[in-house]
Design a protein around this ligand. Structure first.
Ligand code: THU
Length: 138
């Protein structure tokens, strides 16, 4: 898989995701997640998971970051970096894969953690045969 970004840009994204994870509101799961995304305009947006006493109302870090980016005018997601302060990296959940697909069907996904372990993939590998905007064209 060819990478979309340079090592130094990736490092900045990891720093942003790590910083976002430090703002995680996760009193119920105690599982902090931070995400940072690089958009087509070169801007970086980040977000954390935000839980709720009504558990189902929680929002994942990836979607927090994407909704912030879209709200700011971005329409194309190139790279998604996820950070969890764990021993092993965590890939995005199914709902987040679906949301990433809407804006970055070929986005590069990089899951990082507090060790050197990393998972690098493409959204199209994580969500093959995705349902997307084109399916609604009749
Ligand atoms: N979580 C994320 O933020 N991203 C994912 O892709 C998987 C799960 C959050 C949701 C919840 O706050 C906590 O992790 C435990 O599931």
């Amino acid at each position: 898989m060819g990478s979309t970004i340079s090592d130094s840009d990736l490092k900045s994204l990891i720093d942003a995701a790590k910083n976002a994870a430090s703002n995680s509101y996760s009193p119920y799961s105690r599982f902090a997640v931070g995400a940072a995304i690089l958009c087509e305009n070169g801007e970086v947006y980040s977000g954390c998971n935000v839980e709720n006493a009504a558990y189902g109302s929680a929002n994942c870090a990836e979607r927090s970051a994407i909704f912030t980016a879209i709200s700011a005018g971005c329409r194309e997601v190139r790279v998604v970096v996820i950070y969890t302060p764990t021993e092993s990296p965590a890939a995005p959940c199914g709902a987040c894969r679906q949301v990433i697909n809407e804006f970055g069907p070929d986005a590069e996904i990089v899951s990082t953690c507090k060790t050197e372990k990393v998972i690098r993939s493409r959204l199209s590998d994580l969500l093959p045969h995705a349902f997307g905007p084109k399916n609604l064209e009749t």
